[in-house]
Design a protein around this ligand. Structure first.
Ligand SMILES: Nc1ncnc2c1ncn2[C@@H]1O[C@H](COP(=O)(O)OP(=O)(O)OP(=O)(O)O)[C@@H](O)[C@H]1O
Ligand SMILES: [Mg+2]
Length: 501
């Protein structure tokens, strides 16, 4: 048995009366990828933040190469060889890759540009990270920016690299590249912890899997001795059943939302959305399949009033909407579930305030907010949507899944006639994902039209009645979901033109 790089012994962390981590013990070995799994709120991020010196444990200790250590800050953890890549990057957009990599590192100000670029290039090449040290961060894709974050840790000689849901923001191609990098790191003797909600990913990349449930470590398995079903059961404590769609097709075809000739150009004058026309019917889920960066963001932004297109029209129940006016879209009955859930809430406000944010007129009499009514409504929504929080909790302290539930509760409780759902289950665990799916299908049963944008093809196929494929800012294919083939969709999404749609 090799000697662990880091031993976690009986680590506990409480927030008030909540036990976020309870007596966790785990060894991390060199040259190993460990996947850390668990439902939303299970305590994964909390554990890794203690390993990186962001949180101080209430009990327990860390043993590094045989000696007890305490990390009082991230700088302290970095000095001891720990690297951490969070979902929210901390890069300076106007700086180059190399400048970002050395930022905050002592002595780096003394290096001249050429030496700096060479040193960073060498490190990148050594670990097989495809990056040009002289590129500006703002010109890089999300996948490349993540690579810069990884490079930053490697440049500081990290021996244990922790990645918190790195794949949630990546396209399938970028996930492959990331996994190649992680295998490289492993071959060079590093220890890696990766948090993910996708069980297939955990199985593909790890040698061991650790599962947290409600703050406790409920299992550590050799990956080759387990499978997705067993892991899911370990995570939730019972078998989980995915929702099934009502296969009956909606009879009448009333159009709730129509988009005509939507065209958008970006700052450089390139067309990002090219004459897109679509109709969303009452009582259907219309899925939009596409790889990120093919115009989906622009489409969603227009259909929710966030962006004014160069050309085109949006109609709700036949009436033209005031483009680029979010309030007008909201009032008319368009519900929005945004791609970045942190943009859908105000993190510093309470759960109750966020739940009632868009309903304010309803709760203000003579200009004064009716605190009692707000609390009452918040309590109702918390119960209906099974949100693990109290009305007065700061939204910032909730787990990702529970923040997503707040957005769903707020949007869907207004019975919108059209729901625009962008990546509605990104970063959610299996239980929360099933819940969101149920809620979206309930909207369809109620007679709303649901537009679903997702990079997860399985999700699109599972929920949609009809599917449009978007590529290069254009709709390049339309299918009834029952007839759509995975392979054809995949080819169209990748821009293949030789597919008979
Ligand atoms: N700073 C904080 N203050 C109060 N409570 C917190 C804080 N950070 C986390 N919590 C709570 O601790 C629990 C564990 O949260 P954590 O973020 O570790 O979960 P997670 O497993 O990473 O979930 P997710 O998959 O949604 O990211 C949750 O109930 C969360 O609300
Ligand atoms: Mg987390």
């Amino acid at each position: 048995m090799p000697i662990p790089f880091l031993s976690i012994k009986n680590l506990s962390k409480r927030f008030g009366s909540l036990s976020a981590n309870e007596a966790i013990s785990l060894e991390l070995y060199p040259a190993e990828v460990l996947a850390l799994l668990g439902e939303n709120g299970a305590g994964k991020t909390t554990l890794t933040k203690m390993l990186y010196g962001i949180y101080q444990p209430d009990e327990g200790e860390l043993i590094l190469a045989g000696s007890p250590v305490r990390f009082r800050s991230p700088a302290d953890a970095i000095r001891h060889g720990i690297g951490f890549v969070s979902q929210h990057f901390s890069l300076v957009p106007s700086f180059t890759v190399a400048e970002n990599v050395v930022l905050g590192r002592e002595g780096s100000a003394l290096l001249n540009k050429k030496v700096l670029n060479d040193k960073v290039r060498q490190t990148a090449e050594h670990f097989g990270l495809a990056l040009d040290p002289t590129s500006l961060i703002r010109d890089l894709s999300v996948g490349e920016q993540q690579r810069v974050e990884i490079l930053k840790s490697l440049y500081r000689n990290c021996q244990l690299l922790i990645l918190d849901e790195p794949t949630a923001v990546l396209t399938p191609q970028d996930v492959d590249k990331l996994f190649e990098t992680l295998r490289n790191l492993q071959n060079q003797g590093l220890s890696v912890i990766i948090i993910t909600h996708k069980l297939e990913e955990a199985i593909a990349i790890s040698q061991r899997v650790a599962v947290l449930r409600l703050g406790k470590l409920v299992g550590v398995e050799q990956t080759q001795n387990t499978n997705a079903k067993a892991l899911a059961k370990l995570m939730v404590g019972r078998d989980s059943v995915p929702v099934t769609r009502n296969e009956q097709h909606h009879q009448e075809k009333t159009t709730v939302l129509a988009a005509k000739g939507l065209t958008v150009k970006d700052k450089r004058g390139l067309t990002t959305l090219d004459n897109v026309t679509l109709e969303l019917h009452a009582g259907e889920v219309l899925g939009i399949a596409g790889v990120a960066g093919n115009g989906q963001t622009e489409l969603v932004d227009i259909l929710t009033g966030m962006l004014k297109p160069e050309k085109g029209q949006v109609l709700l129940a036949g009436k033209t909407l005031d483009l680029g006016n979010t309030r007008a879209f909201e009032v008319a009955g368009v519900g929005r579930i945004p791609e970045d859930r942190l943009k859908g809430v105000i993190a510093d406000l309470s759960v109750a305030e966020n739940l009632t944010l868009e309903h304010i007129p309803q709760f203000s009499k003579t200009g004064h907010l009716n605190a009692k009514a707000i609390r009452q409504e918040a309590e109702n929504l918390i119960t209906t949507f099974q949100i693990k929080a109290k009305p007065n909790d700061k939204t910032r302290t909730l787990s990702g899944g529970n923040i997503q539930k707040i957005i769903l509760a707020r949007t869907l409780s207004k019975n919108p006639s059209a729901v625009i759902a962008a990546q509605p289950t990104r970063g959610l665990d299996i239980g929360a994902t099933n819940f969101v799916h149920e809620q979206l299908l309930a909207q369809k049963e109620r007679g709303a039209g649901v537009l679903l944008l997702s990079e997860d093809l399985d999700e699109v196929l599972r929920l949609s009645d009809r599917i449009l494929v978007i590529y290069g800012g254009k709709i390049v294919g339309e299918f009834m979901a029952a007839e759509a083939e995975l392979e054809t969709l995949g080819l169209l999404m990748a821009g293949s033109k030789d597919v008979a749609a």
